[in-house]
Ligand binder design. Structure first.
Ligand code: AP5
Ligand code: MG
Length: 214
């Protein structure tokens, strides 16, 4: 099962993708997480990506496409994968289609997690992320058991650099301009499904399971 998660920054793509990956036993591939891991490790890719991420801009397509194309040919992707945060532009979507068609394959579902902009800013300000294991929380909706400490690995949880309100506004504008056109792109391919991302997390997941089949 090959799935794309679409949706604005903070819509809950990562939250749902992790659950899908767990239930269907397929890898969760988040380009944002890959970049953050590279930033943390101080790699040249991380340094380049950080310049764009901190401004709320997209990392250039050429830095992302190869990364994903190399990842989805790995052995653990043979039964499928869930892409979170990729593709984000029409050229990325076309490159993905090309990479898959070389393998005689295609995407099965593009799931749009729909949340209006008004809800997003609140969510992002409350999000806390563990930079060690990638777990995400929300100070009100999904709090950590001990304040500021990751439930899973015990490291500190922090506000992401790009979750500051002014950067969130920029990310939303970039989303509407460059990523939203993908909804039409996948609708035309007949694989678009939409879920109401304003509902509680577990209800959103139940809707997704209904779409994917138990
Ligand atoms: P990325 O890491 O992908 O960030 P994003 O798309 O902006 O999305 P987020 O991770 O912020 O949100 P999410 O939808 O995963 O929401 P979450 O589940 O955490 O990318 C970061 C940057 O990297 C980009 O800006 C860009 O620069 C670069 N980049 C990455 N991929 C790229 C690409 N392909 N091309 C170019 N550049 C790229 O949920 C958000 C919060 O809400 C959490 O606190 C969560 O707990 C809470 N929450 C979730 N669901 C619910 C719910 N149903 N109800 C209440 N609260 C909820
Ligand atoms: Mg995410």
């Amino acid at each position: 099962m090959k799935i794309i998660m679409l949706g604005a920054p903070g819509a809950g793509k990562g939250t749902q993708a992790k659950q899908i990956a767990g239930k269907y036993q397929i890898p969760h591939i988040s380009t944002g997480d890959i970049f953050r891991a590279n930033i943390k490790e101080g790699t040249p890719l991380g340094a380049k990506a950080k310049e764009y991420m901190d401004q709320g801009l997209l990392v250039p397509d050429e830095l992302v496409v190869e990364l994903v194309a190399d990842r989805i040919i790995k052995e653990d992707c043979k039964d499928g994968f869930v892409l979170d945060g990729f593709p984000r532009t029409i050229p990325q979507a076309k490159a993905l289609d090309e990479a898959l068609s070389k393998m005689g394959e295609k995407m099965d579902y593009a799931i749009d997690v729909d949340v209006p902009d008004e809800n997003i800013v609140n969510r992002m300000g409350g999000r806390r992320a563990c930079l060690s294991c990638g777990a995400t929380y929300h100070i009100v909706n999904i709090p950590t058991k001990a304040e500021g400490i990751c439930d899973k690995c015990g490291s500190a949880v922090v506000l992401r650099d790009d979750d500051k309100p002014e950067t969130v506004q920029k990310r939303l504008a970039v989303y509407h301009e460059q990523t939203q056109p993908l909804i039409e792109y996948y609708s035309a391919q007949g694989i678009l499904k939409s879920v109401d991302g304003t509902r509680p997390m577990d209800d959103v997941f139940a809707d997704i399971v209904r779409i994917l089949g138990a």
